[in-house]
Ligand binder design. Structure first.
Ligand code: SAH
Ligand code: SF4
Length: 419
């Protein structure tokens, strides 16, 4: 297949980026105040105590805040109608519950939305920009969130892998992607509705039913923050996403796999992409540290794994690289005994990418082998290609900004205006 992608819609091209037209007035994060978002109950209790909430009230207030923050989704203390005005003022003075800035929103012809969210630096370096993608389907709505800005790993087919790690996201920042996406999709009950009453969106079905950590970054290299955010997202008294509908995808950071099962308990996806160590060392270089045998052993022992709770193995289809029928047969053999699903990902090209996507007929032939071995092997339809939102295409502008700045500096230097 000739690789052709309409990169005019790439977010690097400001002309093609639709500015956010009708953003509702959503309060922004106040940079110099700590956020209450992303704290677990114990930390939230401690934070409330520092704002003067008496010890005997802490438990009750934590529950109250949890409901306002994660069930009603308020981003403004003044909406907390059953909290006294005096306490609301104290909280507002000490904390923020605002959202990141929405830099751009792009909507694909297939309904996929991609947002670029900007988080303040909070005193460390520059603000960072993060891409978050929403994929609506007939029976579900999936939000794909990021765990890092950039990535330390350098998988050769992945656009994020070409960007150096800028930094890990905090638990607040991981979770805020979900919160702001819910705001923008009207997926919280209307916070203005009477306490306990149902707001506008609850009469419809949920818009975000599934959460996948498949955006930028390697989630298991930011384990503590990802864990905290996912435990809040799945808390039954809050955002209430079922752990069966939360999937963490890893390139194979083997020591983090058992911890994911034990401490988070969500679904697991493995970016496999090759069936020999030799090829995987090139495509997914972390394989040099944790080879296929080590990785698949960790999968076999994944806490909670069963036929009802299978591990998803992702396999990107790269023309003449990993897409032979022999590869397909080896794949099936390799996964024998592991409760597994196989997801074939047509390669999503990006400008300068060194691969082509396999021919469609070859993907189908590959899928037939996998199917014949008893795996329902859905070929994942790429979504949001026109807005550069498909798997592995996310790349923050944080690096691009630096590049622009560098170019400006170089220009100024050439003109003798700077040292
Ligand atoms: N770092 C994690 C999660 C983010 S990547 C991981 O590697 O699993 C999410 C998925 O997109 C991974 O399976 C990754 O291998 C895949 N991917 C990356 N680049 C891609 C591309 N250009 N085309 C298709 N899939 C890609
Ligand atoms: Fe990082 Fe995942 Fe991309 Fe590899 S595929 S570079 S681990 S984001």
């Amino acid at each position: 297949m000739a690789v052709s992608l309409d990169i005019a819609h790439n977010s690097a091209d400001p002309a093609a980026v639709s500015a956010v037209k009708s953003t509702p007035a959503i309060p922004r994060i106040v940079e110099d105040k700590p956020s209450l978002i992303g704290l677990n109950r114990e930390e939230l209790g401690k934070a409330l105590a520092t704002a003067g909430v008496p010890e005997r009230q802490i438990r009750m207030r934590v529950n109250q805040m949890w409901h306002w923050l994660y069930v009603r989704g308020v981003s403004d203390f003044s909406k907390m109608s059953n909290v006294s005005k005096d306490l609301r003022t104290k909280l507002e003075f000490a904390f923020t519950i605002g959202r990141p800035e929405i830099v751009t929103e792009q909507i694909s012809v297939d309904g996929t939305r991609k947002w670029l969210f900007r988080f303040p630096s909070r005193g460390a370096g520059k603000p960072v920009e993060v891409e978050t993608v929403y994929i609506p389907e007939e029976d579900r709505g999936t939000l794909c969130i990021s765990s890092q800005v950039g990535c330390t790993l350098t998988c050769t087919f992945c656009h994020t892998g070409t960007q150096m790690l800028v930094r890990n996201l905090t638990a607040e920042e991981v979770l805020a992607q979900l919160m702001l996406a819910k705001d923008l999709l009207n997926d919280f009950p209307d916070a203005d509705a009477p306490e306990g009453g149902l707001g506008a969106s609850t009469s419809n079905r949920r818009r975000i039913t599934n959460l996948v950590m498949m955006g930028m970054g390697e989630p298991l290299y930011n384990f503590e923050n990802v864990k905290k955010a996912l435990l809040i997202a799945s808390d039954g008294d809050g955002l209430s996403l079922s752990k069966r509908r939360i999937t963490l995808s890893t390139s194979g950071v083997t020591p983090g796999i058992a911890r994911t099962g034990d401490e988070i308990g969500c679904m697991l996806a493995i970016s496999l992409h090759a069936v020999t160590d030799e090829l995987r060392n090139t495509l997914v270089p972390i394989n040099k540290k944790y080879n296929l045998e080590t990785l698949l052993d960790a999968c076999r022992n994944y806490p909670g794994v069963s036929n009802a709770k299978r591990i998803t193995f992702e396999y990107v289809m790269l023309k003449d690289v990993n897409d032979s029928l022999q590869d397909a047969k080896k794949l099936v053999k390799l996964l024998a005994g592991i409760p597994a699903k196989i997801n074939l990902l047509p390669f999503n090209p990006w400008p300068g990418s060194p691969y082509e996507c396999s021919d469609w007929e070859q993907i189908e032939r590959f899928a037939d082998v996998v199917n014949a071995a008893g795996y329902a092997s859905p070929i994942r339809t790429p979504r949001g290609r026109d807005i550069f939102a498909a798997c592995g295409q996310l790349k923050s502008t944080s690096e691009r900004l630096r590049k622009t700045e560098r170019e400006a500096l170089e220009k100024a230097q050439a003109e003798g205006k700077a040292q």
